[in-house]
Design a protein around this ligand. Structure first.
Ligand code: 6PG
Length: 296
């Protein structure tokens, strides 16, 4: 796995730089929780409950809930379950106060079958009473990927009233995990992993032969909570590397996702967890009291 996961390419971080990256990020000890579910359905149901609880807590704390959605196929069941909670009410997401953003997007128009916006819109957003103005999609159809990234950075700075040098603090960021160890559109060995100033980047993903638009690590690590959704045996090796490290996984993007002052939840199903060591599975979860505090 090591060779494929973090194959070095020209311009990639050298061993010294990789070690520095590792030290910088490992110095940050987020509150990490690993939850293993018997099935993808149980995982999606628990993720919907977590989404709803955090949305309600955020709205009661500061009047709105800001969430960055992820792409790929894994979150679709979560989006469908949330759409079933369309009628506001007790224990339901406060749709009117929810602002939706994206962690990454493909360089396609919003109606394209590869569009992360389209996938979330069809499965969720078009079915719930969320104000159109609260849907902040990445305008990937802009004249260039770089222009789309710059537009989204402006939108984030405007919405979060951010002075230069400050990063938005999302209430929740959803992330998936690729079998190659990428998350959002942060791919192993990519220069974008060293980004420390920009909020949004448009890296060229050599293996896909195309650009992607993605939030950067400083943004992910400024969140109140990051929730990884990982399902299926094909993700087992990448998950083991992400959680347990090991040779060749130093600068694996998910290992660099360490919210400075936030919670890190790994929501995985048993198939994806099949290669995890017993000690990882036995690691004590944070106390309920701590988790509730995390929701503020
Ligand atoms: C994307 C995603 C990406 C995704 C992983 C996992 O735009 O593709 O944001 O990071 O989460 O590739 O994808 P699956 O859930 O389809 O396995």
């Amino acid at each position: 796995m090591a060779a494929t996961a973090v194959r070095r390419r020209p311009g990639d971080a050298g061993p010294a730089e990789t070690r520095r990256l590792e030290q910088v990020f490992l110095a940050t000890e987020p509150r990490v929780e690993l939850r293993v579910f018997a099935s993808a359905e149980d995982l999606a149901a628990a993720a919907a409950a977590e989404f709803t609880a955090r949305a309600r807590a955020a709205v009661s704390q500061h009047g709105r809930f800001t969430v960055a959605l992820c792409g790929g196929s894994t979150p679709n069941r979560l989006y469908t379950l949330l759409a079933e909670r369309r009628r506001p009410g007790k224990g339901r997401p406060p749709w009117g106060k929810i602002h939706v953003f994206w962690g990454d997007e493909r360089v396609v128009p919003p109606g394209h079958s590869d569009s992360n916006f389209r996938a979330a819109n069809e499965a969720l957003l078009a079915k719930v009473p969320i104000p159109e103005a609260n849907v902040h999609r990445i305008r990937a159809e802009a004249r260039s990927p770089g222009a789309a990234a710059a537009l989204y950075e402006q939108e984030l700075r405007r919405f979060f009233s951010l002075p230069l040098g400050r990063f938005p603090r999302f209430d929740l960021v959803l992330l998936g995990l690729g079998a190659d160890g990428h998350t959002a559109s942060l791919f192993p060995g990519s220069d974008v992993l060293r980004e420390e100033a920009r909020l949004v980047a448009a890296p060229l993903v050599a293996k896909l032969g195309t650009h992607r638009i993605t939030l950067t690590l400083p943004v992910l690590n400024s969140a109140r909570a990051v929730m990884f959704l990982v399902s299926g045996g094909q993700k087992a090796e990448a998950l083991a590397h992400a959680l347990e490290g090991g040779i060749g996984s130093e600068a694996l993007p998910p290992r660099l996702v360490r919210p400075r002052d936030g919670a890190l939840l790994w929501m995985v199903d048993r198939a994806a967890a099949r290669m995890l060591h017993r000690r990882t599975l036995k690691a004590p979860a944070p106390q309920p009291r701590q988790l509730i505090r995390d929701r503020t």
